[in-house]
Design a protein around this ligand. Sequence first.
Ligand code: FAD
Ligand code: N01
Length: 566
Amino acid sequence: MSVNNSHTDAGTAEEPDYDAVIIGAGFSGLYQLHRLRDELGLSVRILEKADDVGGTWYWNRYPGARCDSESHIYCYSFNDDLLEEWEWSERYPEQPEVLEYLRFAADRLDLRRDIEFGTEVTAAAFDEDAGRWEIDTDDGSRVSSQFLVTAVGCLSEPYVPDFEGIDSFEGESYHTGRWPHEPVSFEGKRVAVIGTGATGIQIIPEIVETDVEGLTVFQRTPNYAVPARNRPLGDEDWTEIQANYDEILAEAHDSGFGFPFRVRRETAADLSMEEVEEYLEPRWKEGGFRFLVAFEDLTVNPDTNEKVSQFLRGKIREAIDDPEVAEKPVPTDHYYATKRPPLHTDYYDTYNKDHVSLVDVTETPVERITPEGIRTTDASHDFDTIVYATGFDAMTGTLLQIDIQGTDGLTLEEKWADGPQTYLGLSAHGFPNMFTITGPQSPSVLSNMPVSIEHHVKWVSDAIEYLVDNDIRLIEPTKEAEVAWTAHNREVAGGTLYTTVDSWYMNENIPGKPTVFTPYPGGVDAYHDIILEVAEKDYEGFELTESLGDLGRTGTRPNLSVMESD
Ligand code: FAD
Ligand code: N01
């Protein structure tokens, strides 16, 4: 493989500017740069629109932003020095600590010199004659590379609903995913929060703790939130973690959700409600995502799920003093964990405070934003500040912001008009030499993401190494492999309860997006086995092309047995 890393000199007709360009400098992009540059010796450039590393943790600076994954497993596992040198201060790290961790990793691995900050990729087109990607950025520059790795994040493109009159508001408004770097004061203000997803549930109790005059929460769908039970981590905790770190990480990497938590019981179907309550009570007291693995069939068996949901509904009602208010945040329209289940700290208690009110917008929908505030069908509410905790154009949104054009002029947007079609959630037919880290149709957001990120980055790096070692110029999944993977995704999702509710997993939060379940729900461990088997079988399902003049394919023919064995 050629090495030509001058960005200012345009690549020659034969040689691209870089062996690989990576878009994004979050968890995914940083590790991808390290693997390709430091382990394969390739010339690599990250293009990042922010002015620092961090991705999610750079952008989401809202009060209360904190990880739901436990800190000691929300980190890189590939480097012993990073593991030994970094000690997390709490069970769940706050946003500044995760950002600091990623800065530390970038510095320790000397990654910054190959990152171009403040540079947004606007378009990428595959040049079929030259066999390389031409990548355009918002400053009008163009770079070329043999490989394109998109590491743009699943939850990176903020979504603000298209409320009528939204620009007429005369107060301050913020989206949580683009929170300012300067502190925002709520002192003496009348504040609205729209949205009660994981973000709303974190920011609401924080705003209430300030000198805010009043807080009004606009809720469309209530959520089942389990207590996080955050606490500081002391020396004893760290001694124990360090003593068992290898096993903990190995278990996380070989589990269904990327967490080192053992599933405790197969089902609740054979238990009475009293037995379920007795069994769940200590798990609820323990808090966190460990609660999710109480029953193995939680997301596939309505009987189990209804019992768990009923338990959580009882906990919500218990937490709120006024029985009438208490009914509003109780979810009755969906099963627990079929929308992404948040963790909370004092969220429900918020509704016991006199200066907090809850508006159910399914009863009284938002009609419009006015210069003074928010008008619902039954009242006008005046505010100084509106906080949009309204989520993201998830999974495909960030990728489709970029005008990506593959072979025969096909754009990714056209290709995915009816929903994502990928092979393994890593690649797409018609888009040679392009890889996506935690792309749609991979476990991604259904997991502790650093685990899924590491699996993908390693797989992509191994694939590129294989191509280099075997003098292969192009890699592209076959149409058949992609069709089979897409069908497999739909079949697995169809057997779960996830598809019984509108959610961002289903693309339903964005008007006009096709309704389709977007992550792969078959489990991190099963998925990892599949992608490793594909690699072991010399990239089964991919076409590999030796040279650009060589139209005959040299690579493997598609044999989709890996999916059939599922
Ligand atoms: P990101 O961190 O999203 O990074 C993508 C980067 O790409 C960004 O820096 C972005 O600026 C850049 N980019 C995008 N488009 C372009 C472009 N066109 N040009 C240039 N640059 C571009 N996951 C968990 O597992 N556990 C958690 O507890 C958890 N908590 C979360 C809390 C919040 C508030 C949010 C929003 C997400 C959370 N997640 C959590 C998911 C989180 O996104 C992942 O864990 C992880 O940080 C993703 O890393 P990434 O590098 O893949 O993507
Ligand atoms: O976004 P969301 P989020 N009118 O889409 C409501 C990760 N994350 O930022 O449910 C009124 O979940 C919408 O209502 P509904 C995590 O993966 C992790 O909270 O669509 N309301 C919902 O209540 C998470 O899942 C962590 O009916 C409207 C809210 O806005 C993902 O990021 C913390 C509306 C959006 O909820 C996204 O979470 C934070 C409208 N027109 C985030 N449109 C941790 O791990 C939307 N809503 C700690």
